[in-house]
Ligand binder design. Structure first.
Ligand code: CP
Length: 327
């Protein structure tokens, strides 16, 4: 693995397919969970630069801990509020607010660090711009070192790897789990990243019956959902679910809008009765009693803390693969 920005970065001649590559990475992560310091010298004298153009709690801390477990130094830089405003467009005439071009900044990061990890964000104004993933692609083009996505304009691969680790760890039956990704209400339009990425990874994994449910008008890009069953009746979708992944996202077609925050889509204990005593997941941060009820988050079916704690092992597995140069 050279970069880690999408599930497709796992495609390698060493594995039979992406599903096998995901399983191998999950097992590596679970091995680190059992023995965090087995590779404590792998990153000796190496540095990872973690650049944040958008806020974070879990991603920032878990990546830092993962790097430390591998003996690697992590340097955090909140570019969004501490650095110069970067320009990403080629041939830009920089007479506006941008101070420094990525083609000048990224090669410097390439000299300072061994791995560059970046959190960018979507504008939610121009779909073509967001889905071109210009920011992360420009860092890959100009840094000259491996790049790890800490969430981009359209995807959140470390979160999705964590989610599959958590599902693998929590499901012991000898059959495919039924996983339901359900849209939830919110107070403002959010990116599609987590939902896109979860769909991309679960479809590539191909080890579950995967259902996505959302109000009409909240279709995600078929580039990520292809392979899943899509339903607009949430109650019908939840029937016999083993895992319910709750997440809000804004509209993809009429891009970046929020048409409704209909409270009836909030996940509650009443709806859990329709499921196979499902475990409930959310990437966090979560709006309590808007997306998910207190009763669920504080109850026995919630695995959100387990899920967030697994972010460390996902990051550690990915950083180790890059440090070992496993392609
Ligand atoms: N789930 C997640 O990415 O959390 P943070 O935004 O706090 O990093």
């Amino acid at each position: 693995m050279i970069n880690f920005t999408t599930v497709n970065d796992l495609i390698s001649p060493s594995f039979g397919g992406v599903g096998e590559a995901i399983d191998a990475l999950v097992q590596k992560a679970l091995a680190y969970k059992a023995n965090p310091f087995t590779d404590k010298s792998l990153g000796t004298n190496k540095r990872i630069g973690c650049l944040f153009l958008n806020p974070s709690m879990r991603t920032r801390l878990s990546t830092q801990i993962a790097a430390q477990n591998l003996g690697m130094e992590a340097i955090i830089f909140n570019v969004g509020n501490e650095g110069w405003m970067l320009e990403f467009e080629e041939e830009a005439i920089m007479s506006g607010t941008s101070v420094e071009h990525v083609k000048d900044a990224a090669p410097i990061f390439g000299k300072y660090f061994d791995i560059l990890a970046i959190r960018t964000f979507p504008s939610l104004k121009n779909r073509d711009d967001d889905y071109s993933e210009l920011y992360i692609k420009q860092f890959i083009k100009y840094a000259g070192i491996p790049v790890v996505s800490l969430e981009s304009a359209t995807l959140h691969p470390l979160q999705s790897l964590t989610d599959i680790i958590t599902i693998t760890e929590s499901f012991k039956e000898q059959r495919k789990p039924k996983i339901v990704l359900t849209w939830a209400p919110h107070v403002k339009p959010l990116p599609q990243c987590v939902a896109n990425s979860f769909s991309q990874w679960v479809n590539a994994w191909d080890k579950a019956d995967f259902v996505i449910t959302h109000p009409e008008d909240y279709e995600l890009s078929s580039a990520f959902t292809k392979g899943a069953t899509i339903m607009h009746d949430q109650n019908e979708a939840l029937k016999d679910a083993d895992f319910v992944y709750v997440k809000n996202w804004s509209t993809f077609n009429d891009y970046g809008k929020m048409y409704e925050s209909d409270p009836k889509w909030m996940m509650t204990n009443k709806k859990l009765e329709l499921t196979n005593n499902a475990k409930v997941m959310h990437c966090l941060p979560v709006r309590r009693n808007v997306e998910l009820s207190d009763e669920i988050l504080d109850g026995p079916n919630s695995i959100v803390t387990l899920e967030a704690s697994n972010r460390v092992w996902a990051a550690q597995a990915v950083l180790a693969e890059i440090l070992k140069g496993n392609g």
